[in-house]
Design a protein around this ligand. Structure first.
Ligand SMILES: Cc1cc2nc3c(=O)[nH]c(=O)nc-3n(C[C@H](O)[C@H](O)[C@H](O)COP(=O)(O)OP(=O)(O)OC[C@H]3O[C@@H](n4cnc5c(N)ncnc54)[C@H](O)[C@@H]3O)c2cc1C
Length: 663
């Protein structure tokens, strides 16, 4: 199979503009005759459904949540990037493009990334017009802060609730279309299969999660915006419901899954506290703007801290190792996520961790409190402020910037981060892999599109902070409304697709048989227990550090676990009722296959790139990328015995491939 990325010709900076000006359009009267299914109403899906509705297409939108407002996007805290250059600190579209390509370790497609940087500025205008309350400077201009891996401030934010506020904006424009009847919203409906007719995506099978009823939905094309698959690791910062099933069911119908092994491990999460934990919590990366990361210089001090005999504030400066500032002076605490995560693992593996399990490092705000306190006192005209006054003013400033994050940390850990350093450790957070898509965001199945975290498109082997919201909204508001026309312009003579066609009935029975098959197993072990075991295998053999032997073993263990699942899982109830255990079982069944593909992909990629440290590919202890052999996107066709690899070779005409250095 030849992968056609369909990148338009011309200069990088002109491609999107020229393409938009010359592509086939669907006239307004024809749009009214075309039906589009959008699955997922997080930022990417809500933006797409509302914009397509506004354009005049008949949209059916689906979410398994009880409201679009519940999508995982709501969890996004830190911010959204855009190359507005409001700070006058040297930002530009090219710089955002360059940072994203470099941050992704040169494993993404230049043309898509450039377009992303280009439309980033429009997203902010759109969101502001919707009333999204971005933080502002004193003079009224929108404020920016810095995120890892870059040297400019380009991150727009709404306190620590950026995702929520952006989602409310997208939801309000979606609601407008629902009210007008242009979008029909199906809450609590889960897509369980894709329906193809003559090779084209023409519909989906859903299950009404409240009644259990299977339904057939037809359209001229299908857009998936179903989020990422980080929960294949069981423990992650993702919402509990995030899953891979919509994408995986499409893979079963021939769609290719790209770079499944590219997972982002986020450096600032609350460390794991116990065996029966089912969720991890992110502390936003924005905290690294002001927090300093450190561990004790000696293992003895670390052990005393682990035993609870010493605390962070007992260690004088001389006994602390601010290892990011020491190893990466140019970026310090703002190195990209992969670098920060790996460095935390190295420090903990050396025995210098600061939590009971040994897996944790400090993120300390004491210096920031002092710095802000002094400057606030000066601004208020207070001469010789007392230490208490400086602390009070400094804490107030930190509270204004990160108050809700600090409160969340205290609620979860019982420790007050204004008084003692936070403890953090890397955790699974985001998946760069996803359905393979071309420049139009179309998968290799004609008529099937993928947006947001569900596709693989823009972040290569490592996503920069605050770039997922940017990508989801770029895809939904500004890319798909154009590129969907490249498919639909040829469909204007296609009459309404009937959901009574044999392909729909076949897909419905396929789904029913699959669910009834799961229920019929009648074993002894809960779905959750299988999921937890899968997560452990993934973390141990396919996590931050990998080697060929471990990956082969991991694959074997996953296959054995899958076999055991189909022999011994227990799911109560029936298909025709509200049955959350059945929902979970179907999702875990798909994770068990995806997990295996993940290991296969990681094994194939014999290089260290992004946060994926391949132990056989190192230089002086640092990760070593191998451009000679691995400058490609891995797009996998599923085959239970031997998944088939298709390669999209990546060409770099506008940036020079360099060893990433943040020193
Ligand atoms: C804690 C946390 C903080 C983050 N902070 C930031 C940040 O500050 N900045 C940033 O840029 N990124 C951040 N991210 C990443 C970012 O939030 C996500 O990548 C992004 O929101 C994904 O949006 P999405 O629209 O692609 O998917 P989602 O928001 O995950 O939405 C998926 C949608 O698909 C639906 N769905 C899925 N499967 C099915 C199915 N089978 N049938 C029906 N519906 C289905 C769901 O119901 C949901 O509506 C953060 C992530 C986490 C975990």
């Amino acid at each position: 199979m030849k992968l056609e990325a369909n990148v338009p010709p011309g200069e990088l900076a002109e491609k999107w503009k020229n393409y938009r000006g010359s592509m086939n359009l669907v006239a307004p009267n024809n749009k009214r005759r075309l039906d589009v299914i959008v699955v997922g109403t997080g930022l990417a899906g809500a933006a797409a459904a509302s914009t397509l509705g506004e354009l005049g297409y008949n949209v059916k939108a689906f979410t398994f949540h009880d409201s679009p407002r519940r999508a995982h996007s709501i969890a996004a805290q830190g911010g959204i990037n855009a190359a507005k250059n409001y700070q006058n600190d040297g930002d530009s579209i090219y710089r955002l493009f360059y940072d994203t390509i470099k941050g992704g370790d040169y494993r993404s497609r230049e043309s898509n990334v450039y377009r992303l940087a280009e439309v980033s500025t429009e997203i902010i205008d759109q969101a502001v017009a919707q009333g999204v309350p971005f933080a502002r400077e004193y003079g009224g201009l929108l404020a920016n802060r810095s995120f890892g891996g870059v040297q400019v401030s380009r991150t727009f934010y709404a306190r620590g609730q950026t995702g929520q506020q952006l989602l409310l904006g997208a939801y309000s424009s979606l609601s407008r279309q629902i009210h007008k009847g242009q979008v029909k919203m199906y809450n609590r409906h889960e897509m369980l299969d894709l329906v193809k007719i003559d090779g084209k995506a023409r519909g989906i099978i859903t299950r009404n999660l409240l009644t259990g009823k299977l339904e057939r939905h037809a359209a001229h094309c299908v857009v998936l915006a179903t989020g990422g698959y980080g929960n294949v690791f069981y423990l992650s910062t993702n919402a509990m419901g995030s899953n891979v099933s919509a994408a995986w069911r499409s893979v079963k119908e021939g769609a290719l899954f790209a770079n499944p092994c590219y997972t982002q491990i986020h450096p600032t999460c609350i460390p794991v506290s116990g065996e029966y934990q089912s969720k991890l919590t992110l502390m936003s990366e924005s905290l690294r703007n002001d927090g300093r990361v450190w561990v004790p210089k000696t293992v003895e001090d670390a052990q005393a801290i682990q035993r609870g005999e010493k605390r962070a504030e007992d260690l004088p400066e001389a006994d602390r190792d601010y290892y990011l500032e020491r190893r990466y002076p140019a970026f310090g605490n703002l190195v990209p996520r992969d670098v920060a995560s790996r460095a935390a693992k190295v420090a903990s593996d050396e025995g210098k961790g600061v939590v009971k399990t040994g897996l944790g490092v400090y993120l300390d705000f004491a210096d920031a409190i002092q710095r802000y306190g002094k400057s606030e006192a000066y601004a208020a005209g207070i001469d010789n402020p007392s230490a208490e006054k400086i602390k009070e003013l400094g804490e107030a400033m930190v509270k204004a910037k990160y108050g809700n994050l600090f409160q969340m940390y205290e609620k979860i850990t019982g420790e007050n981060p204004y008084k003692t350093a936070m403890k953090i450790y890397p955790a699974v957070h985001y998946t760069m892999g996803g359905l393979w898509v071309d420049y139009n965001l179309q998968t290799n199945v004609p008529g099937l599109f993928a947006l947001g975290e569900a596709n693989f498109s823009d972040h290569g082997a490592n996503r920069l902070g605050a770039s997922a919201l940017m990508q989801g909204l770029a895809d939904g508001y500004f890319v798909i409304p154009y590129t969907i026309g490249t498919f639909l312009a040829d469909e204007i003579r296609t009459p309404k697709i009937s959901n009574d066609l044999p392909e729909f009935h076949e897909a419905e029975s396929r789904t029913r048989n699959r669910l009834e098959g799961l229920l019929a197993i009648g074993g002894n072990q809960s779905v959750e227990s299988f999921h937890r075991r899968l997560g452990k295998i993934m973390w141990e053999y396919c996590g931050m550090s990998r080697n060929a032997e471990g990956l082969k073993k991991g694959r074997e263990l996953i296959r054995e676990l899958r076999k055991e699942f189909y022999e011994d899982v227990y799911i109560p109830g029936t298909i025709d009722e509200f049955n959350p255990e059945l929902e979970k079982a179907a999702r875990v069944a798909d994770f068990l296959e995806l997990g295996e593909l993940f290991a296969v992909d990681a094994l194939d990629r014999g290089e260290s790139c992004g946060g994926h440290f391949r132990e056989e590919s190192t230089e002086n202890g640092e990760a070593k990328r191998n451009d000679e052999e691995y400058t490609y996107v891995s797009a996998w066709e599923w085959d239970d015995n031997n998944p088939i690899l298709h390669k999209e070779e990546l060409e770099f005409e506008n940036v020079e491939l360099k060893t990433r250095s943040y020193k």
